[in-house]
Design a protein around this ligand. Sequence first.
Ligand code: HH2
Length: 274
Amino acid sequence: MRAPLDEFLPRPSVMGVVNVTPDSFSDGGTFLYPAAAIAEARGMVEEGAAIIDIGGESTRPGSEGVPLEEELQRVEPVLHALLDVPRSVDTSKAEVARHALEAGAVMVNDVTALRGDPDLAGVVADADAYLCLMHMLGEPRTMQEDPRYDDVVSEVISFLEERLAFATKAGIAEDHICLDPGIGFGKTVEHNLELLERLDEIVALGRPVLVGASRKRFLGRILGDPDAVTGPVAAGIAVAVLAYERGASIVRAHDVREHVAALKAAQAVVEAPA
Ligand code: HH2
């Protein structure tokens, strides 16, 4: 039996992002070659990342999916070269997850929250793996075309509750699961800000919450560029610290050193005797 997720990744933990993709918005193409991705991952561990999230399919707004074989070819060399590193695989495909878990990955990060592949829940359950369930409205290709909610926070909460029930019914231990509001996945700038401002309502569901705001376009747009496709590191750190203060446990970030330092300082303040 694996330890509960909140013991394996105590609050706050930083999840380092390694995209082995040619088209990611944040680091597109940089780590397409396995050697670069592997070196990047090792550097992130040295900088204090608790886990490395390895992805072979971009989910940036407007992106198309990649075929199974290609996704496997991208992530497998990286997964196999990091056997001593705690690894998560960012995939919606059961086959990719199965290979990753066989290679010793401990977590599946599924941006479709088990809606993308009917076999994924069984693969996660059989491996007794950790799982991240993320909210997304629509699919990456179209998700930023006029997303609408009556109340974004309550709709995200209902969705996450429903997916959590689905996952546990499929045999995945509840204490292995974390929840993620899916910053930027079918959301306007205002939706992202409201989700962050009211993050405590998602934390109240009782599961660790993961937040991924790092380098996302809403940060650049807040700063005044209406066409930004990425955002500055400092703005992402501000969001990460505020998310932590509102109860987030895991921060998914590209700039690990800066996020670890900021969260350590934030934790010292939060835990200082009053
Ligand atoms: N964001 C991205 C990808 N995966 N997973 C979770 N759980 N939460 C997130 O916020 C999240 C995620 C998008 O960021 P990135 O991986 O940098 O880009 P791309 O999908 O273009 O590779």
